[in-house]
Design a protein around this ligand. Structure first.
Ligand code: LIP
Length: 268
């Protein structure tokens, strides 16, 4: 695909993410009770409506397969001819609780490579966008990872889900503090990664995250000059994986804190 066509897709994904985010925002005040997928994982009618909107627009514009959080992977979507990876609302618990910390995340992949990543945070009105080899932006302005130029204590966001043990999570927090780093958990893996790309976070680590939460943010971090592990190695797309994304100065110190068997840590 030439750059001109990819740029057209990027504009399409940006407009679609904004439209999808506005739909989620409109739906929030009149929402039916959330449905529990597990003790801490929920789905709302807005998650489904937003994913349906996104799937419909992609089908109409490109006719390409989608892997989405709520409706799964389209038949025949092996990714070689192009695959859209969609999280309609990342940070659903924050969304339900009335916080602004949630977003729409869209990515386009081909042949196992992430070509586009777009994340829209409706409440903060932040639109993050990256195209492979073309840099990353927020609301149209170029962004860069921190390079620790703030000269203060590093801030590392550490995501958690029930897919890994609470003990392993707490061990990681202990080691971060012992290494003189601050930790945060703000409830959206996609925004945690976007915040690495724009320097608000110095790193993002989660012992297991799903691809729809991670792939758009991974491209943002890499295009903003950051380091990420090869999240898509093995079955990362369908099974999820460990994610480590950071300003380059921190990738080795952070990798040293992770258990040897925690996932694939080779670079992307
Ligand atoms: C969740 C993320 C959370 C992350 C979890 C989970 P959801 O996604 O937002 O930050 O730690 O792994 O995937 O359920 O809100 O889309």
């Amino acid at each position: 695909m030439n750059l001109h066509e990819l740029a057209g897709r990027q504009r399409f994904a940006e407009a679609l993410a904004v439209r999808a985010g506005k739909l989620a925002l409109e739906m929030r005040s009149t929402l039916a009770p959330a449905e529990a997928k597990s003790a801490i994982d929920f789905c709302t009618e807005a998650d489904r409506a937003v994913e349906q909107l996104v799937r419909g627009e992609i089908a109409a514009a490109y006719g390409e397969p989608v892997l989405g959080e709520e409706y799964g992977q389209d038949a025949g979507a092996d990714g070689s001819a192009g695959l859209w990876v969609v999280d309609p609302i990342d940070g659903t618990t924050e969304y339900i609780h009335g916080s602004g910390r949630w977003c729409v995340s869209l990515a386009f992949l081909r042949d196992g490579a992430i070509e586009l990543g777009v994340i829209y945070e409706p409440v903060g009105n932040r639109l993050f966008s990256a195209c492979a080899g073309q840099g990353a932006s927020m609301n149209g302005d170029p962004i860069q990872v921190s390079r620790l130029e703030h000269r203060a204590v590093p801030v590392i966001e550490v995501g958690w889900s029930e897919r890994r043990s609470l003990d392993a999570y707490c061990d990681l927090l202990h080691m971060l503090v012992a290494s003189r780093m601050e930790f945060r958990r703000r409830g959206s893996g996609a925004l945690g990664l976007a915040d690495v790309a724009c320097g608000v976070n110095d790193g993002y680590v989660e012992l297991h995250i799903n691809s729809w939460d991670a792939v758009a943010g991974i491209l943002l971090v890499r295009e903003a000059g950051g380091w990420t592990n090869d999240f898509l190695a093995g079955n990362g797309l369908t099974e999820g994986n460990l994610i480590l994304a950071a300003t380059p100065e921190l990738h080795q110190p952070l990798a040293a804190l992770l258990p040897a068997n925690s996932g694939r840590l080779q670079p992307y």
